[in-house]
Design a protein around this ligand. Structure first.
Ligand code: MP5
Length: 207
C-alpha cells in the first residue's frame, strides 16, 4: 500500500493542527501581537528562509526533470521573498545579521540532514513545510494592518495552487517508496509539524 500526503495529514491530524494554529497567529489576526514578538519572528524567519532556499536547491539536484518546472518556480519565488524580507526588516529598522535562536538552528539543522535522504523524503518535507505556512496564514486570514500582507503572502490562493502541485509531486514518488522509506517519511512529517509549532512559540515567548 502506498502512502499519500493526505494520509499523513489524517494520521497526524493533531500534530498538524498544532503546527498551524497558535496564539502568535491569532494575535497577528487581531493586531494584539507585540512588535517585539512579531519582529523576532520576522528576522528569524528570514534566517530560516535562507537555509530553506539551500534545501530547495539540493532538492532540485535530486529531482526528476519532470519536477523541475515547479521547483524552479519555487526557487524564483524564494529570490523575491528574500528581497521582500530584507525590505520589511529595513522598514522596521531590524538588523538581519544576528544569530539564529536555538529552535531555528535545530530546524535548519534538520533541513541540512535531509540532503542525504532519498528524493521522496526531501519532496515530502518540502511540501509539508510550504503547506504549514499556507494553512497557518490562511486559517488566520484576514489579518488587521500591518499584518495583512504577511497573511496574504502565504495564504493567497495562488500559493495554495503551488502547494497542491508539490503534493502531487510528492505523491507521485511516494507510490514507489518501500515500507522503510515510508516510515522515514512519516517521521520527517512529524518532525516538520513539531518544528513549525516550536517556531511560533519561539517568537511568541519573547518579552
Ligand atoms: C515557511 C517559512 C514557508 N517561511 N518559515 C517556516 C518556519 N516554515 C515554513 O517557506 P517559504 O519559503 O517562506 O514559503
Amino acid at each position: 500500500m502506498s502512502l499519500t500526503c493526505k494520509q499523513l495529514l489524517e494520521t497526524y491530524e493533531h500534530a498538524w493542527q498544532s503546527a498551524t494554529h497558535h496564539p502568535f497567529l491569532e494575535q497577528c489576526k487581531s493586531g494584539t501581537i507585540k512588535p517585539v514578538q512579531f519582529n523576532t519572528w520576522l528576522v528569524q524567519d528570514y534566517l530560516f528562509v535562507i537555509e530553506f532556499t539551500r534545501m530547495v536547491a539540493r532538492l532540485l539536484a535530486a529531482a526528476p526533470v519532470s519536477h523541475f518546472d515547479t521547483i524552479l518556480g519555487g526557487l524564483a519565488a524564494l529570490k523575491d521573498e528574500l528581497n521582500w524580507f530584507r525590505a520589511k526588516a529595513s522598514e522596521r529598522n531590524l538588523k538581519l545579521d544576528i544569530p539564529k535562536q536555538q529552535t531555528n538552528q535545530r530546524y535548519c539543522q534538520f533541513m541540512t540532514t535531509l540532503a542525504i535522504a532519498p528524493y521522496v523524503i526531501q519532496a515530502t518535507a518540502f511540501w509539508a513545510i510550504e503547506l504549514a505556512y499556507n494553512q497557518a496564514w490562511q486559517i488566520h486570514s484576514p489579518m488587521v494592518e500591518p499584518y495583512h500582507e504577511f497573511a496574504d503572502r502565504w495564504g493567497n490562493p495562488e500559493f495554495t495552487v503551488y502547494v497542491n502541485l508539490l503534493e502531487k509531486q510528492a505523491d507521485e514518488v511516494l507510490q514507489n517508496a518501500s515500507e522503510l522509506v515510508q516510515n522515514r517519511v512519516k517521521e520527517v512529517f512529524r518532525e516538520v509539524a513539531k518544528f513549525e509549532k516550536s517556531f511560533w512559540q519561539m517568537a511568541f515567548v519573547v518579552k
